[in-house]
Design a protein around this ligand. Sequence first.
Ligand code: NAP
Ligand code: GLV
Length: 313
Amino acid sequence: MKLQLYVPDGRYQPWIDGFAEALPEAQCLTWEDSKNEQVDYAVVWRPPLEMLRGRTDLKAVFNLGAGVDGILSLRDTDANALPAGVPIVRLDDAGMAAQMIDYVTHAVLRYFRRLDEYALAQQAGTWRFLKPHRRADFTIGVMGVGTLGAQIAKSLAGFGFPVRGWSRTAREVEGVQGFAGEAGQAGFLDGLRVLVNVLPLTPETENILDAGLLGKLAKGAYLVNVARGPHLVEEDLLAAVQSGQVAGAMLDVFRTEPLPADHPFWSEPRITITPHIAALTLREDSIEQIAGKIRALRAGQPIAGVVDLQRGY
Ligand code: NAP
Ligand code: GLV
């Protein structure tokens, strides 16, 4: 059995060593060294078009992340970019949910306890008390209650906040009030104090965080975007922050990454920027999960995480 690997940074050795340990029956090759070979499985993050186009040898493509927009967007330049009939398999959690919970909880508690405002007050050398927010009024909405969003929502509910979740189809998450589809969106957004975006990037969700949506939140709401940059209309967020409709935002993802040096977000003190680190792909967890799925496929068993190409996630 042969695996073919593609990682954009070219640091292959730890992946090769990890697969050698987790799946000793497999020979692990880099894409660059095996372009003309027939292999069984591809393991990729944001692969080049030529790696997948027209392939007939692959039995599955494993994506080294939860979001598959980097693979599916290859279809925008070439309708035949993906190998026909070959399942694309995303990472299911693989250690990401715990990281997301840390990140989002930090953002929410910092805003709830007004620590961002105290940090600005410190910079101005000001000692002053701010009226605390009331927990019972502090409704948080999580857009996307799938593998990661459901765990984030449940964890926030555990802090005693009223939490709402929004998904495409109806979902039940313990302690979370569920809303679904376009019909449920207005009720979901109404009066939210914090909006957390954990949606996949699809044609339906691109640009979803625009002026219209931000205007439906409570005045002075806070935005946390840990999903994808193209969900957010960046100039609409800046305008909403400047008007006071949105108090601030913690953003991990951007339309252009790295965020360009002259981007206005850098100089907006109410916007906190992190470099796409909310939930990193953990090598050992990912290898273990992919190795388990390859074994299941070879035994003819079903696996979780197969992407629905029509739906886009
Ligand atoms: P997932 O399990 O596929 O969950 C996606 C959720 O979004 C589901 O609840 C789904 O609804 C909902 N959804 C999709 N399209 C929708 C629509 N049009 N309207 C309403 N709800 C919609 O994905 P995941 O594993 O939780 O990951 C989510 C995203 O997080 C990834 O796609 C990726 O972009 C991002 N991510 C970011 C980082 C980072 O470091 N910043 C790390 C990992 C992942 P249903 O439940 O009805 O299907
Ligand atoms: C990271 O952004 C991922 O989708 O896993």
